[in-house]
Design a protein around this ligand. Structure first.
Ligand SMILES: [Zn+2]
Length: 130
């Protein structure tokens, strides 16, 4: 089953580069539907091209799981969800991070000056990683 346009419910066409509403022309005409999404819009984050299966979920407002690589942090891999998001003349994928359990912030007590020797050995190596 072909996914339907989230704006006007017309069938969505697939090309090499994009998914776009069939109610769109080139060049665009007045009254054309605006639905268009580039398949490689998360390329910078290491995401392979958007698949028809993924699109089918996005157009019904269902988030898709994504495995991406951070642009910063030396390309560190991370996972999140993607949702359809209007961006100017096209659509993109908004990254949505699942609500994490609030992590208790552990602040080690600063040792009193005269009890510094009693500070735990691993005080310096306290794990600050996220
Ligand atoms: Zn449309």
């Amino acid at each position: 089953m072909n996914p339907l346009c989230p704006i006007c419910s017309a069938p969505i066409n697939e090309t090499d580069r994009v998914f776009e509403c069939s109610n769109r022309h080139f060049p665009t005409q007045p009254g054309d539907c605006k639905f268009l999404i580039f398949k490689d819009n998360l390329k910078a984050l290491g995401k392979p091209k958007l698949t028809p299966k993924e699109l089918a979920k996005l157009v019904i407002s269902e988030p898709i799981p994504l495995k991406l690589k951070s642009i910063k942090n030396g390309g560190k891999a991370f996972e999140c969800l993607g949702e359809l998001e209007p961006r100017g003349n096209a659509f993109g994928i908004k990254l949505v991070f699942a609500q994490r359990e609030p992590k208790p912030v552990v602040v080690p007590d600063m040792p009193e000056k005269n009890t510094a020797d009693e500070a735990p050995e691993d005080f310096e190596t306290f794990d600050m990683e996220d």
